[in-house]
Design a protein around this ligand. Structure first.
Ligand SMILES: [Zn+2]
Length: 287
């Protein structure tokens, strides 16, 4: 466990964890672009004796999880970025790169950074695709890749030494107070399957995206809370739809009921809107 180190930096960012194997090192997600220099400093403080960063594993292609990739490449030019094939494709699209930059700039401004981001889009890419069941051997430490779609079409979870699971955002996000926020977008059904898949690993420790290690008291009930949150969200949307609300009105109601103060600190308004409008659409289209 002491080879799994939290190097997260910056408000709103995904968690970033450095895994130290005997031979190689890997970073699981890397957070937003605006706070990349702090992330790099955190990593450098951990890496000693000339060790390098060998891998960056991306749980999906959203800006708050991948923003620091171009900056990390500048410091460690040989680093390999690994993610799902779908994420690899997304990051070749100009429109996606533009959205990632816009959301990154919005978050930077929101969290007190006055300068616009100035990275090279060509560095925001996936080098090698990974998929369900792949094993990444760091020497004495092995990371298993689990496909867990539902938040996006590229969502991956990572299981370290069959003991510590980094579930993708598909399962949900736990806040500091232990509240579970549902964050499925593209598919409710795949989300439930993904939660069950994570639960079945029987991992002893859980690292919730945007939070970090889940407390000892919450760990045994984590997956049930994920399931409940996904069901609550789906039922909320379906009830309003059946009452005749259109997608805009459902979104307004959803925002009123689900975007509390903690949720706002986890995610800027713009990202909340993009994700949840898509979520509402997917529920209505698949009811
Ligand atoms: Zn996301």
């Amino acid at each position: 466990m002491n080879n799994i180190i939290n190097v997260t930096s910056g408000k709103g960012s995904s968690t970033a964890f450095l895994i130290l194997g005997e031979d190689k090192t890997a970073l699981i997600d890397c957070g937003m672009a605006y706070c990349a220099s702090n992330l790099i400093r955190n990593i450098q403080q951990v890496l000693e004796d000339g060790r390098k960063l060998e891998y960056i594993l991306l749980s999906h292609s959203h800006y708050d999880h991948i923003g620091a990739v171009p900056y990390l490449r500048k410091v460690w030019p040989d680093v390999k970025v690994l993610a799902a094939e779908y994420a690899q494709n997304v990051l070749t699209k100009e429109s996606a790169l533009k959205t990632i930059r816009e959301l990154g700039n919005g978050a930077a401004a929101l969290y007190g950074e006055s300068q616009l981001l100035n990275y090279d889009d060509n560095l925001m890419k996936v080098d090698e695709k990974i998929s369900d069941g792949d094993l990444i051997d760091l020497g004495g430490t092995t990371i298993t890749v689990l496909e867990t779609l539902g938040h996006t079409k590229c969502s991956l979870s990572f299981l370290v030494n069959n003991q510590v699971i980094f579930p993708s955002e598909t399962s949900g996000v736990m806040s500091k107070s232990g509240k579970l926020y549902s964050s499925f977008i593209i598919s409710y059904k795949e989300t439930i399957d993904s939660i069950k898949k994570c639960q079945k690993t029987n991992a002893k420790y859980i690292v919730s995206p945007h939070l970090g290690f889940v407390s000892e008291s919450e760990t045994p009930i984590y997956w049930e809370k994920c399931m409940e949150a996904a069901n609550r969200t789906r039922n909320f949307v379906l009830e309003l739809f059946q009452e005749g609300f259109d997608e805009d009105k459902i979104f307004e109601e959803y925002k009123k009921n689900f975007q509390d103060k903690e949720a706002r600190s986890l995610q800027p308004d713009k990202a909340f809107e993009i994700n949840n409008r898509a979520m509402i659409k997917s529920i209505i289209n698949n009811k």
